[in-house]
Write a protein that binds this ligand. Structure first.
Ligand code: Z15
Length: 786
């Protein structure tokens, strides 16, 4: 029997690894052995896929982040071992969920951009598309977050401390990366990306930096101990830590070194494999037939000069020959219009990282300008478009100039790029621009994380085909008026809420009531995402309940999760603010009967898997125009939450698919904001609006306490009286009343539980578009031609 074979194999691995029998070892050892067993099981299929893809055109996803989350449960599901898994765990003397909880989340990404890369890898494997991931194997993933007196604290994330059963070190394929001031080894670690039930297994290759001569014995013998260690440390520094900024540039030389490190290793890897495969094609005439590199934002853009360098200096092609190839093999995804996220590097930093690449960039720029002059472009326009200007290298310009295609990540976002942010580029290269609305993998974000709903969908549709064709969910619409189905939808949601409440009790120590509305905002902390608007609304409710304790409102639990970049003071202030509101609300005997607030610690992929299935309301409340797409919004929708959101990013497409009447739309549109922008005066709004004033004034009161940090005064000033920057730049006060009204509508509509369930089902039924299977097929057909 399959189950017995698996159990025997795991016991064997336990014995080999520990010298002990299964009943003598820790849960961690059982987890490790089970993972190794899976790696062993898949090895032939993995090798077969690798071999098959050798002869085909491949796409390569270059990304500084892959936020893959835990592998164990997802691999069991995708490889089709899930029917045996519970029984196997039982034989090992442990529950399956206890085994799963042994795995550290590899947090090799910050947020949306890194998680998107992970969803794309899974979908490509599932769709039998030859897509290889290339990135960085950070020793320290994104910091772990905890709270001390309501303040965010950060702790290192040594995610491999207990080993990493999901990767194989491929020592023999090590590369050398040259910087101006050091040479380091790039050692690849390969992780399998298992397609759903198709035996197709692609590869995610992450590079780790190591010293060439790890330990200098001559120096050591001369008792220059520090010196002998420093070469090793300086090498390992390059991949030591993931920069914790999401939608914000780092601007540090080490960051550009990380970027150049992984793209140099990747391009060398790919070029050397090509030469092995086609030793006669010394002019690389067919290189562009076999390769297409997707640049995930500007982080991997150094791949462009690096490919030129390899073709020119190491393979002796002429500039024209090399450029012709380079111009055919890159495509670029833009993920933001925020200026603070646009990477621009000062010339001396680029020069210090790799002088030859800097020279090549300048030559690309020189030739580009000559071309523009030829086409009678004005100096003004040329200044906008050029790559090197005023002492800085603009990475987006280099990417757009070189790429065959440039894409935004949601319809609105792409329109803003064309009309506004990249207007001049769109004029120059209109046919390069296209939209690829983001998506999420339904395997991790529904089948794995919400088994009860997933099983019910299969029961209703009479087949599980929908897992591979999410548009089939549309057929659920025939049950929109079926009371039995609607009741079951509510029951499943309730069960998921009970599970989350239990987990939150265990992990945060807060009691929450599964009968209350679970109203959830989980995402990175950023002013444009407006967690502050959510918080101020809670203050408004608090005041309302205080002045009228008998008020009739449906009990509500506001759940927050998300990390602030350690250097982002105001984002940290907002966390502190929410934590103080939580304390105030939860400790008030009257208010806490109606509302509760909890900010969960250390929100991450595995926490998301527990949260999304339990949400009634999905908070997607960014300032219109600022959230490029959002993908959390899709995870909530697919799990039956109703969206409370602005006309921003992919929210607009969610409203379009599921209908505005199944969601709660509020706030100013991009056009409206553009119109009032120059005259917007939040101070007047505040002074003339009693409700807003009373709400905002809590920041200056002694009802809550920022422990002398001045954080709350700083938030207050940012809204009303800021001298150094535009006050309320994200229009929190502008949208406040509209947001309050939308919440009142939620309160009203939730009372009709069948009608709510109908809207929930409407959302699930129309979430098909947001499968990353759809997205990845669009990339494959319209950009990659694979
Ligand atoms: C990041 O997570 C995103 C954009 C960025 O420029 C950086 Cl540096 C990080 C996010 C967007 O904010 C989000 O709207 C989008 O859904 C996600 O990328 C994936 O495209």
């Amino acid at each position: 029997m399959e189950k017995d074979r698996i159990v025997e194999q795991i016991k064997d691995i336990v014995l080999y690894k520990t010298g002990k029998t299964i009943d003598e070892v820790s849960p961690q050892a059982k987890y490790e052995a089970s993972s190794i067993m899976i790696m062993d099981d898949i090895k032939e299929d993995w090798a077969k896929t690798t071999k098959k893809n050798k002869d085909r055109r491949n796409a390569y996803y270059f990304s500084a982040e892959f936020l893959i989350g835990r592998s164990f449960g997802n691999n069991i599901l995708n490889y089709g071992l899930n029917h045996e898994a519970e029984g196997v765990a039982e034989e090992l003397g442990i529950s399956l969920s206890a085994l799963e909880e042994m795995e550290e989340d590899p947090a090799l990404g910050n947020g949306g951009l890194g998680r998107l890369a992970a969803c794309f890898m899974e979908s490509a494997a599932t769709e039998n598309l030859p897509l290889q991931g290339y990135g960085v194997r950070y020793s320290q993933g994104l910091f772990k977050q905890y709270f001390n007196q309501g303040f965010q604290m950060e702790e290192g994330d040594d995610w491999t401390a207990l080993g990493d059963p999901w990767s194989l070190r491929k020592q023999a394929e090590t590369k050398i990366v040259n910087f101006k001031d050091q040479k380091v080894l790039a050692v690849p670690y390969d992780t399998p990306v298992i397609g759903y039930r198709n035996k197709n297994i692609n590869t995610l290759r992450l590079w780790q930096a190591e010293a060439i001569n790890g330990f200098d014995f001559s120096k050591f013998n001369n008792s220059l101990y520090d010196d002998s260690m420093s070469t090793k440390n300086r090498a390992e520094d390059i991949t030591r830590v993931l920069y914790p900024n999401d939608s914000q540039k780092a601007g540090k030389i080490l960051r550009l070194k990380q970027q150049y490190f992984f793209v140099s290793a990747s391009i060398q890897d790919i070029v050397s494999k090509y030469k092995q495969h086609f030793p006669l094609d010394i002019k690389f005439k067919d290189f562009s037939k076999y390769h297409i590199f997707q640049l995930n934002d500007t982080h991997p853009v150094m791949a462009i000069p690096e490919l030129m360098r390899l073709l020119l200096d190491e393979n002796f092609l002429s500039w024209e020959e090399a450029w012709k190839i380079t111009k055919k093999v890159f495509a670029f995804t833009n993920h933001t219009i925020l200026q603070e996220a646009m990477e621009k590097w000062s010339e001396d930093i680029v020069e210090t990282v790799n002088p030859r690449c800097f020279e090549i960039i300048k030559e690309i720029d020189r030739r580009f300008i000559a071309e523009l002059k030829e086409s009678k472009y004005t100096n003004e326009k040329i200044e906008e478009l050029r790559i090197v200007s005023k002492g800085t290298v603009r990475m987006a310009n280099l990417a757009i100039r070189t790429s065959i295609k440039v894409n935004g990540v949601a319809e609105l976002h792409t329109e803003i790029l064309k009309k506004d942010t990249l207007k001049d580029w769109y004029e120059l290269y209109p046919s390069k621009f296209l939209n690829k609305t983001n998506g999420i993998t339904p395997r991790r974000w529904l089948v794995y994380s919400n088994k009860e709903l997933s099983n019910y969908i299969t029961e209703l549709l009479g087949s599980d085909d929908w897992i591979l064709d999410l548009s089939k969910l549309k057929e659920l619409e025939k049950y929109l008026d079926d009371e039995t189905v609607l009741k079951r939808i509510n029951e499943i949601k309730y069960n998921n809420k009970v599970r989350l409440a239990k987990y939150i009790k265990e992990n945060e120590g807060v009691d929450i009531d599964p009968n209350s509305i679970f109203d959830i905002q989980v995402k990175r902390l950023h002013e444009y995402k407006r967690q502050l608007l959510n918080a101020l609304h809670i203050v408004y409710l608090y005041n309302k309940i205080k002045s009228n304790p008998e008020i009739d409102i449906v009990p509500r639990t506001f759940i927050f999760g998300g990390k602030a970049a350690p250097g982002y003071f105001r984002a940290k202030s907002i966390i502190k603010f929410i934590n103080e509101i939580a304390k105030l609300v939860n400790n008030d005997p009257i208010v806490s009967k109606k509302i509760k607030v909890v900010f969960v610690e250390n929100f991450r992929v595995s926490y998301g898997e527990k949260i999304y299935p339990a949400a009634d309301v999905s908070e997607q409340i960014s300032t219109a125009g600022k959230e490029a797409s959002g993908t959390g919004n899709m995870k909530f929708m697919l799990n039956g939450a109703l969206t409370l959101g602005t006309y921003d990013g992919a929210n607009i497409e969610i409203f379009k698919e599921a209908g505005e009447d199944s969601n709660f739309v509020f706030g100013a549109t991009v056009e409206e904001l553009k119109e009032i922008e120059s005259t917007y005066d939040p101070e007047q709004l505040y002074l003339n609006d009693e409700v807003i004033k009373e709400t905002v004034d809590i920041l200056k009161s002694d009802i809550i306490n920022d422990n002398g940090s001045y954080m709350f005064l700083e938030i207050y000033n940012s809204l009303i009286a800021n001298k150094n920057e535009k006050p309320d730049a994200y229009f929190v006060l502008k949208d406040f009343h509209s947001y309050v009204k939308a919440h009142e509508k939620i309160d009203k509509e939730y009372r009709d539980s069948l009608s709510w369930a109908r809207k929930s089902l409407k959302n699930i039924a129309n979430a098909g578009k947001f499968s990353s299977d759809r997205t990845i097929k669009e990339y494959a057909n319209e950009i990659w031609d694979i």
